[in-house]
Ligand binder design. Structure first.
Ligand code: GLP
Length: 240
């Protein structure tokens, strides 16, 4: 793993965005795995700026989001689908047909949808670059502690701490208890992985993921098994 420590969140976001830009320049139809969460807001902001100020071309980019809540309507403001529109897709020239997010809307069959999604990733030739954040409990996407390292895209229950953390975003709405997530096995097949973490609340999870034993108790520790991982941290997340 290559670990870059940046002085602050802004520099971290710029560094991550530059890496994505370079990858798109090298391969315009890059297959890019994308996360959501607060962590990524700065990176999306930088990518949007690159398009707005320099007309950077995202028209051939193909994206696959990591996960989506189960039980929220497609246009629910807290769905990851809406997050992606609001923070990235609506502001760049990506083709909507090239953006993929699991469908977690009410009435969907989660097992069939998971299988369809996994096949779509394979059908596209797999992921060239996968960006991941990390939960305070060490989760990646919605692979909570205990998830198998060979897991595929599937429906999962959210850990209690993940749900209570999400409460701040849902306000009076109840937080979904389940989600569809790419599996750890699916994620490890990406050709390159970029892990991003900022803030003191992630320092312990980062330490366990990067420097602790590889263990199912810390899903992000699975990344130690991948040959091409770049980790970008801010100072606060790098506290040992
Ligand atoms: C959610 C997402 C993850 C994300 C994590 C951390 O659980 N499913 O993909 O990495 O939150 O989010 P944040 O960056 O808001 O701390």
């Amino acid at each position: 793993m290559r670990v870059l420590v940046t002085p602050d969140y802004r520099t971290l976001s710029q560094t991550a965005a530059e890496l994505v830009i370079k990858a798109v320049l090298a391969k315009s139809d890059l297959r890019l795995g994308l996360p959501t969460g607060r962590m990524l807001l700065g990176t999306y902001e930088e990518l949007v700026k690159k398009h707005r100020d320099e007309h950077f071309d995202f028209s051939k980019l193909i994206t696959f989001n990591l996960d989506e809540y189960l039980g929220l309507a497609l246009d629910h403001p807290k769905s990851y689908r809406m997050y992606m529109r609001r923070h990235f897709f609506e502001h760049v020239n990506i083709s909507p047909a090239n953006t993929h997010i699991p469908d977690g809307s009410p009435g969907i069959d989660p097992d069939r949808e998971s299988e369809r999604y996994e096949k779509a990733i394979h059908g596209a030739g797999g992921l060239d670059l996968l960006i991941v954040g990390i939960g305070a409990n060490g989760h990646i996407a919605f692979n909570e502690p205990g998830a198998a390292f060979d897991s595929r895209t599937r429906a999962v229950d959210l850990a209690p701490e993940t749900m209570s953390n999400a409460k701040q975003y849902f306000g009076t709405d109840s937080v979904p208890a389940r989600a569809i997530t790419m599996g750890i096995g699916t994620m490890l097949e990406a050709r390159r992985i970029l892990l991003l973490a900022a803030g003191a609340s992630k320092a312990d999870a980062v330490d366990r993921a990067l420097r602790g034993p590889v263990s199912r108790d810390v899903p992000a520790s699975a990344l130690q098994l991948h040959p091409r991982v770049i980790v970008i941290l801010d100072e606060a997340a790098n506290r040992k």
